[in-house]
Design a protein around this ligand. Sequence first.
Ligand code: 1GP
Length: 239
Amino acid sequence: MIFELINDKIKAGKKQVAVLVDPDKFSGEQLNALQCHEKRIDLIFVGGSFTFKHIGDVIARIKEMVSIPVILFPGDVTQLSANADAMLMLSLISGRNPEYLIGNHVLAAPRIMEYGLEPIPTGYIVLNGGKKTAVSYISNTNPIPSEQHDIIVATALAGKYLGLKMIYLETGSGATHTASPELVKKVKSTVDLPLIVGGGIKTADQLTSLFNAGADIAVIGTLFENNPDALQNILDRIH
Ligand code: 1GP
């Protein structure tokens, strides 16, 4: 079970790096980099707010070459595949759009069961990361202003009380800034759930300060997409 694996690493005090693959932009260079750093990448997330390529084919290509767990990070019900090891069952709890709180989940549920996928219930909290991102536009939701710490912490806490198993703090793909370490610390100390942080991470320093503040999993997407080799430097620094 992938959730158990994630939790065991957290209990052992290990911070985890997740690399985000957008199926539309997947390349041979990315595959090489995943192979090259296989031992130092903990998870591969696959998906995005807006993709059209066949997600199952991309996952099959990855799984042929690397044994890192692949977790679906689906933007909608078209992004499901039995080839993945698990999926983030995302509730977009920062938003007020019922389609992203229950509508898509109803459509997806029979296929999740048929595929035998492990769903990991995750509270997805989108923060204002400095510019309008695809996730806000496509989901038709407003991000929470990132300085509104009390609202963000309360949202994460509500997610915990609703039974969600992980919290994902997101400033959006390609964000100009990440969630602040101060905010990460507040969320983690109030809501003791596995905490994923993503959006705008470009340097080892950012990664380290998010980890030190309490993030358990940091997601790197755009940097890996634009320059797969950049991963080397970051992984060297943090390991
Ligand atoms: C986006 O959190 C991820 O959903 C990763 O963001 O693309 O900015 O790394 P970046």
